[in-house]
Design a protein around this ligand. Structure first.
Ligand code: ITT
Length: 199
């Protein structure tokens, strides 16, 4: 019997990426029940990732993984940061608002941050890791892959926005990719332990 992991996100773009990152694991991925919504009352990405993983784990009684992430822009003192999802109602509105707030500012530096947490079925946290990806905010969107702020996030080392990259390239360098590189070996060990316990 394969161990079950619930993927606790309501964001379809993020869900796709989380599933891709978890692809090599010998487990069954389940979706979060759509009616379950966790209020993000934390003040850091790590706190919010732990809250989401923990609450969904307790409700479902299953191992659960959650991600809290966002874009922090230097010239906006780190905004939208943990409020990235709440910056507008749609991806287009969020991008428009960010570009309007930045205006003609010359300092376009920004970074994507991500915390990923894994909770045990009792809600306690088993693993939490973080990742960062540094880039620049463009003046106009470019590219059609990905989700969220991807079309305005330019990575100079690759001469592309996240939305211009193949999903595989984004996966290998993104904030979420960095967090998963740290998380996956540890999650793998846990799965071996659980499976050992089941057999
Ligand atoms: P869940 O809490 O249900 O997972 P959410 O969209 O509310 O979904 P967050 O609170 O973590 O998730 O907000 C993250 C926001 O940051 C997300 O809505 C995007 O706008 C942005 N974001 C995070 N990672 C991103 C990425 O890889 N590319 C583009 N935008 C990203």
């Amino acid at each position: 019997m394969k161990p079950i992991i619930v993927v606790a996100t309501g964001n379809p773009g993020k869900l796709q990426e989380l599933q891709d990152h978890l692809q090599g694991l010998d487990c069954e991925l389940r979706l979060k029940p759509p009616e379950v919504e966790v209020e993000e009352t934390g003040t850091t990405f790590e706190e919010n990732a732990c809250l989401k993983a923990s609450q969904v784990a307790m409700i479902t009684g299953q191992w659960t993984i959650a991600d809290d992430s966002g874009l922090a822009v230097e010239a906006l003192n780190g905004a939208p940061g943990i409020y990235s999802a709440r910056y507008g109602d749609t991806d287009v509105q969020r991008i428009e608002r960010l570009l309007a707030e930045l205006g003609n500012e010359l300092d376009r530096q920004g970074q994507f941050l991500c915390a990923v947490a894994v909770a045990r079925p009792d809600g306690s946290i088993a693993i939490v890791t973080e990742g960062v990806c540094v880039g620049e905010i463009l003046r106009q969107p470019r590219g059609s892959h990905g989700f969220g702020y991807d079309p305005i996030f330019y990575v100079p080392a690759h001469h592309q926005t996240f939305a211009e990259m193949t999903p595989a390239l984004k996966r290998s360098i993104s904030h979420r990719g960095q967090a998963f590189q740290l998380l996956l070996p540890r999650l793998q060990s846990i799965l071996v332990e659980i499976t050992g316990g089941l057999s």
